[in-house]
Design a protein around this ligand. Structure first.
Ligand code: PLP
Length: 377
């Protein structure tokens, strides 16, 4: 049975050109990038070329890009370094951020290093810029605003430019978890001012276990991992050279084809929405997919029923991979903090369909059939 993978917000398939670039590096670049001999210098040059590629893709300077182990580490680093090194004492966020942000905030709050305030959200998951402005006006406490660009469960998009302008006006630092949008939406940090943002290889058809953080050069941060001079002293440890090369290749090829890929993905996602609405009564569409929502995501809640409870499992058995909320780190379907925040107490069963350019309308037709059979519609 050919499987249908509609869980591309959890991760994406490695593209063949990324695989080729990584294989080439594995065969050819075995030097330690910190060594000064020929093999080392060639490995170093490849990393610096990758850094330039990532910097160029988002309008940053080369010195503002640091490679990490992924989005989780980048977000931890931004928040924890801002508190430790920049004197941030208050963080404004929302309850629908990824756990790597929310749990970092819990840790910082537990250690009594910061106070955390959450913005309210409307039913589609949007913040109110007026409320953000009021909060920023209310005190002189050094503040960082952390708001994700696209929510990974419902897809709701933040108006980065508006928030960036408000933060600049009030002298607040601004971190955005851009893990779901890097490679999918244009971003130019030379125009849209951010203090920090993050990217992850495996969300854009690149490898897992590698990502990057953009740190605006105005922010003087101390090392996050001690023990070596790698990543300009910020993150010690021999670099994940194959991952870094794969990440850069993935990002550059996503950006080169960005508009075409967006059209393809959006068409399949919109077709799924149309078909769901045609075949299922009483479904709820979460987030803002037809407005300010990520084109790769569609979150749908089905009325509560014993069959709906088994939907994820039965779709999996029928060859369709989707997820209930986010890909939970424990592997259990433990419900979703995003759905709890947006639709408290709802007994509905939520399925997140997330698409890539590998998906087709024929696959959507097949998924609709399987859904109808699983729900006996
Ligand atoms: N932030 C968001 C919005 C995500 O969707 C994810 C991945 O699930 C992460 C951060 C974590 O990224 P990584 O898997 O690279 O650690």
């Amino acid at each position: 049975m050919t499987r249908i993978f509609l869980d591309n917000a959890a991760t994406t398939q490695l593209s063949s050109e990324v695989k080729q670039a990584m294989l080439h590096a594995m065969e050819d670049l075995y030097g330690n990038p910190s060594s000064i001999h020929n093999e080392g210098r060639r490995a170093r040059a490849a990393i610096e070329q990758a850094r330039k590629t990532v910097a160029t893709a988002i309008g940053a300077s080369i010195g503002e890009i640091f490679f990490t182990s992924g989005g989780t580490e980048s977000n931890n680093m931004a928040l924890k370094c801002a508190v430790r090194d920049l004197g941030v004492r208050r963080i404004i966020s929302t309850k629908v951020e990824h756990h790597c942000v929310l749990h970092s905030l819990d840790a910082l709050q537990r250690d009594e290093q910061v106070e955390v305030e959450f913005l309210s959200l409307d039913a589609k998951g949007h913040i109110s810029t007026e409320e953000l402005q009021e909060k920023l006006q209310s005190t002189d406490t050094p503040t960082l605003v952390t708001l994700m660009h696209a929510n990974n469960e419902v897809g709701t998009l933040l108006d980065l430019e508006a928030v960036s302008a408000i933060c600049a006006e009030h002298g607040a630092y601004f971190h955005s978890d851009t893990v779901q949008t890097i490679g999918y939406y244009p971003l130019d940090v030379s125009k849209t001012k951010l203090s920090f943002c993050s990217g992850s290889g495996h969300k854009l058809h690149g490898p897992k276990g590698v990502g990057f953080i953009y740190i605006n050069s105005d922010n003087l941060i101390k090392p996050y991992v001690d023990g070596g001079a790698q990543e300009r002293n910020m993150r010690a440890g021999t670099e994940n050279i194959y991952g870094i090369i794969g990440l850069a290749k993935a990002l550059s090829s996503m950006m080169e084809q960005r508009e075409v890929l967006e059209q393809q993905v959006r068409a399949v996602r919109d077709y799924m929405l149309e078909q769901l609405q045609a075949h299922f009564k009483d479904i709820m569409i979460n987030g803002d997919p037809t407005g300010q929502g990520h084109y790769k995501l569609l979150s749908v809640s089905f009325p509560a029923s014993p069959k709906a409870d088994l939907l994820l499992l039965n779709l999996d058995i029928a060859g369709v991979s989707v997820s209930g909320g986010s890909a939970c780190s424990s592997g259990a379907d433990a419900g979703s903090h995003v759905m709890d925040a947006l639709y408290p107490g709802s007994p509905r069963k939520t399925i997140r369909f997330s698409f890539s350019h590998h998906n087709t309308k024929e696959e959507v037709d097949s998924v609709i059939e399987k859904l109808r059979s699983a729900l006996s519609v």
